[in-house]
Design a protein around this ligand. Structure first.
Ligand code: GDP
Ligand code: MG
Length: 439
């Protein structure tokens, strides 16, 4: 989803004027991107309609940067679709707050019980009790007990011979006695939604009236996750959703449609297997992430307006194969200058700030003029093959360009570093496809 949307948006960004036709074409692309990402088609339809309506409105088309305005609208509508504001956990007026975790087998319920407990203690200084009410899956109780031990938190269990309803009731009672302020109930799942499971969950719900009934769904299952959410919500009146495995979800379809389809907010996102891999879900951040609208976009945009695309590709290939010449270097520097202060550009590149040798490459206009003069004083053979530059050639070049030998040497060094940096960067680019799911 990210890649496709970003491609479309990038095209849009460079545009000075946007026509209604442009918006239409762009929306067609966005629509495809969303469908490809396994977003529910009804959600897509409404989304496109909403964006179109706002985007072809006068204030967008007439604004100075209509391309950007359209993107802003897409971002805002996407945020709205995912719930707008961040949705917080409800708390009981009188502790303990009871949280019931429900969901299909393997969705991540038990893991999330541990993660949520850890989060509540770490971020809110709360004391949770974990309740083991999955008596069906072999080793489910053990799994929770192990988590409890790792986190140094109490786990309530009555073994697997007592009904889950009774376990839940007793756990809440225990928490009251021990002044624990949260009870987080782990429940059983099934491979598919079935009535027997729903009945049991309903009974637990009636018995302990949880403040939160959280559905745990696996984001990687895309539209299935949304269907599951719909069935659970119909039967159990969910108060929230925890989207797990967002770290492995590259399409984002579930994140986008769950709220729209079930009208239940996504409250947390699971982004890994460990106990600290849980974060409050921020619709806005998720939208920006999906659209790739961080600083990287700004960078791409800046580069795009200055670098002719074919030429850029050619250069990139040269960088990779390492046969960048001084002529290319000169051209690069010219473009870099047009893009703005180099430091600023580098800051926008993820990881670039940490690159070694970066600080030695600084360009101001005066330096650039010198560099240009030096390069122009080289012969064609020297530009293509800097290793030819021995002491006498360097002296000749310094003289010809009105500079000094140390300056020529410095440029050679910079050129070398630039080559290295370019190599590093093109290496990075290749590894960039798999982004972390965090927000
Ligand atoms: P349950 O059957 O719903 O209780 O699911 P579990 O809590 O046992 O989790 C099933 C598997 O999913 C385990 O291997 C977890 O480590 C894994 N898992 C849970 N949440 C996440 C997550 O956010 N990211 C990743 N990568 N794995 C997760
Ligand atoms: Mg479990």
């Amino acid at each position: 989803l990210q890649e496709r949307l970003q491609g479309t948006l990038k095209k849009m960004k460079g545009k000075g004027k946007v026509t209604e036709q442009d918006v239409k074409e762009m929306m067609r692309e966005v629509r495809l991107a969303l469908l490809e990402a396994d977003v529910n088609f009804k959600v897509v339809k409404k989304f496109i309609a909403d964006v179109k309506e706002r985007a072809v409105g006068q204030d967008v088309l007439d604004s100075l940067t209509p391309g950007q305005q359209v993107i802003k609208v897409v971002n805002e509508e996407l945020t709205k679709l995912m719930g707008g504001e961040q949705s917080k956990l409800r708390a009981a007026q009188k502790p303990p707050t009871v949280v019931m975790m429900v969901g299909l087998q393997g969705a991540g319920k038990t893991t999330t019980v541990g993660k949520l407990a850890n989060y509540l203690r770490k971020e809110h200084n709360r004391k949770p009790l974990l309740a083991a009410a999955d008596i069906y899956r072999p080793a489910a109780i053990d799994q929770l007990q192990t988590l409890g031990k790792q986190l140094d938190m109490p786990v309530f269990s009555l073994g697997d011979q007592v009904s889950p309803v009774e376990i839940a009731k007793q756990a809440v009672k225990q928490a009251k006695e021990d002044h624990q302020d949260y009870v987080i109930i782990d429940t059983a799942g099934r491979l598919h939604v079935d009535q027997e499971l729903m009945d049991e969950l309903q009974q637990i719900k009636e018995a302990v009236s949880p403040d939160e009934t959280l559905l745990v769904v696996d984001a990687m299952t895309g539209q299935d996750a949304v269907n599951v959410a719909e069935s659970f919500n119909n039967q159990l009146d969910l108060t929230g959703v925890v989207l797990t495995k967002l770290d492995g979800d590259t399409r984002g379809g579930a994140a986008i449609s769950v709220k729209a389809v079930t009208d239940t907010p996504i409250k947390f996102a699971g982004i890994g297997e460990k106990s600290d891999a849980l974060e409050p879900f921020h619709p806005e951040r998720m939208a920006s992430r999906i659209l790739g609208m961080g600083d990287v976009m700004t960078l791409i945009e800046k580069a795009q307006t200055n670098v002719d695309e074919d030429r850029a590709k050619e250069l990139e290939k040269k960088m990779r194969t390492n046969d960048l010449t001084f002529d290319d270097f000169l051209e690069q520097l010219g473009q870099v200058k047009e893009m703005g202060p180099l430091d600023e550009l580098l800051e926008m590149m993820p990881g670039a700030g940490k690159m070694k040798g970066m600080k030695n490459i600084q360009v101001d206009d005066k330096q650039l003029a010198h560099i240009e003069a030096i390069v122009r004083s080289m012969t064609k053979a020297e530009r293509d093959n800097p290793s030819l530059l021995n002491a006498s050639r360097k002296r000749r070049i310094a003289k010809g360009s009105g500079t000094t030998v140390p300056e020529v040497n410095r440029l050679l060094k910079q050129f070398d570093e630039m080559k290295k940096m370019m190599k590093q960067m093109s290496g990075q680019q290749k590894g960039k496809g798999k982004k972390k799911g965090g927000m």
